[in-house]
Design a protein around this ligand. Structure first.
Ligand code: NAD
Length: 454
């Protein structure tokens, strides 16, 4: 079992910029600090520790995460409590007392109020792709790092899309339905090979680009449209507009992200523009498509088949009733948002996100954090590491270095990254340090959170 490093922490005691939410969080700060067990001191006798009285970090993992999520943390000596369901705001508020790491999926809402009151919380792991359930701005202002799993289930989504493209192109759902209904209807009509057909991918990110590679290996031609500049993989051809893609694609598949501007991206005009008898897939976000328009396009025969995995409003729990204008349509595959739901993906997500939490605890590394400036950091043998998250205003780096210089502390290494209104400077020092250095840095007006790892 690897040793968990000593971890010291302090929040700002200075007044933040007036009028911001940081204002509110700052007012909550004395309360937050009280809950941080100020009587516990680290090895250096310097600052209040974010640990319980036995010197062990605590993690709370909700929503039935894969067992690997816990075992990665436990292997670091972190005490893990797991719960199968999500918690509401007041339950979460209670449960987070004395907890440094929180793991959730998409159902737990982590509000600004919870974050402001979670005085011990150091980092959040979203064991999924989306992070809309977390108020990320508030997390940043509270100095709480947030990580997700942006590509651990990419392959699972791609494989489902491939399976559906083939199934719809061969009209398997209709053959399957007829035979289950006791009717032998052997026919080649409307059934095609995918080889030689054109796949149009809208959104060429993690999923879209990997689908591109697999589709080409099946002999399909690939065109894609992305609102950002993207490297074409293999022989895939970029087209400048969605209309250009719709003019040539036999299969249109959406893999755009969930930005607000994508609401209603695909509706009646786009279905009308598709090639006659083309196939349509949406495994991205429900609100991107007008499903009434898809229903009309399927019923009129304009669209030969469709697969839909995501819906604007989805039932909350397993077994809940599901209703949709798409139910009962011919050659339409409906799946309950399971594109990324495979055992392999769950395992990879568990390992990936817990790995990020472990690295943040051990080294201060924020690589792929969705809210803090990203710094890739390794171990710091023989050094004290000052990880200083601050408001990104001119002069912070100079002030940090002046503090070290005034106390005769030699800097061994230093890295700075900024992201919007926040900066993160990590400084390794080898000399013994005294409380005055920490006090001076935590009292800087711009300090959001200071961690000292020794
Ligand atoms: N069905 C599932 O279970 C499941 C699982 C994982 C991801 N997803 C969803 O799949 C989608 C894609 O995921 P990803 O990891 O590939 O995301 P990503 O961020 O890597 O890629 C999204 C791409 O879409 C592009 N884009 C955004 N808006 C666009 C527009 N209007 N026109 C053209 N291009 C546009 C972006 O530039 C980006 O390249 C996301 O919405 C994600 O939430 C669904």
């Amino acid at each position: 079992m690897e040793e968990v490093p000593e971890l010291a922490f302090a929040t700002s005691t200075s007044e933040p910029h007036a009028g911001s939410l940081a204002d509110v969080l700052w007012r909550a700060a004395p309360e937050r600090r009280r809950r941080c067990r100020p009587d516990t001191r680290d090895q250096l006798g310097l600052a209040p520790l974010v640990r319980d009285d036995r010197g062990v970090l605590r993690a709370l993992l909700l929503e039935n995460l894969h067992p690997l999520a816990s075992s990665v943390l436990k292997a670091q000596g972190i005490e893990v409590e797991t719960r199968s369901g999500a918690l509401d705001e007041s339950e979460l508020f209670e449960a987070l007392q004395g907890v440094q790491l929180l793991g959730i999926r998409s159902k737990t809402q982590v509000t600004a109020r919870v974050l402001a009151e979670a005085g011990d919380l150091l980092a959040i792991g979203a064991y999924c792709i989306g992070t809309n359930q977390i108020e990320l701005g508030a997390a940043s202002r509270a100095g709480i790092a947030t990580f997700n799993a942006p590509f651990s289930n990419t392959r699972s989504v791609v494989e489902l899309a491939v399976a559906e493209i083939i199934a719809l192109t061969r009209r398997l759902t209709e053959h399957d339905g007829a035979l289950h209904g006791g009717i032998w209807d052997k026919s080649a009509e409307g059934a095609h090979e995918v080889r030689g057909r054109t796949l149009g991918i809208v959104g060429y990110g993690n999923i879209g680009s990997q689908l591109s590679v697999l589709a080409e290996s099946l002999g399909m031609s690939v065109v894609f449209h992305d609102s950002s500049e993207k490297l074409s993989l293999g022989n895939a051809r970029r087209v400048e507009s969605l209309d250009e893609l719709l003019d040539v694609a036999d299969v249109v598949t959406l893999h755009v992200d969930g930005r607000a501007g994508n609401a209603g991206l695909f509706g009646a005009p786009q279905f009308a523009r598709m090639k006659p008898s083309a196939i349509f897939l949406n495994l991205s976000r429900g609100f991107v498509v007008d499903y009434w328009a898809l229903r009309e396009a399927v019923l009129s025969g304009r669209v030969a088949g469709a697969a839909v995995d995501v819906f604007p409003v989805e039932p909350k729990s397993r077994g809940d009733h599901f209703d949709s204008e798409l139910r009962g349509l011919p050659n339409v595959i409906l799946t309950p948002h399971v594109g990324g739901s495979t055992e392999e993906a769950q395992r990879d997500i568990g390992q990936f996100v817990s790995g990020k939490l472990r690295e943040y605890v051990n080294t201060g590394s924020t690589t792929l954090s969705v809210n803090l400036p990203n710094l890739a950091l390794d171990q710091h043998p023989g050094c004290h590491r000052f990880a200083h998250l601050h408001h990104n205003t001119p002069g912070v780096l100079a002030a940090v270095n002046r503090t070290f210089a005034e106390h005769g502390v030699n800097i061994e290494g230093q890295l700075l990254a900024t992201r919007g209104e926040f900066g993160y400077v990590v400084t390794d020092v080898s000399a013994d340090i005294d409380q005055a250095v920490i006090t001076q840095m935590q009292e800087m007006e711009q300090t959001v959170r200071l961690r000292v790892l020794s």
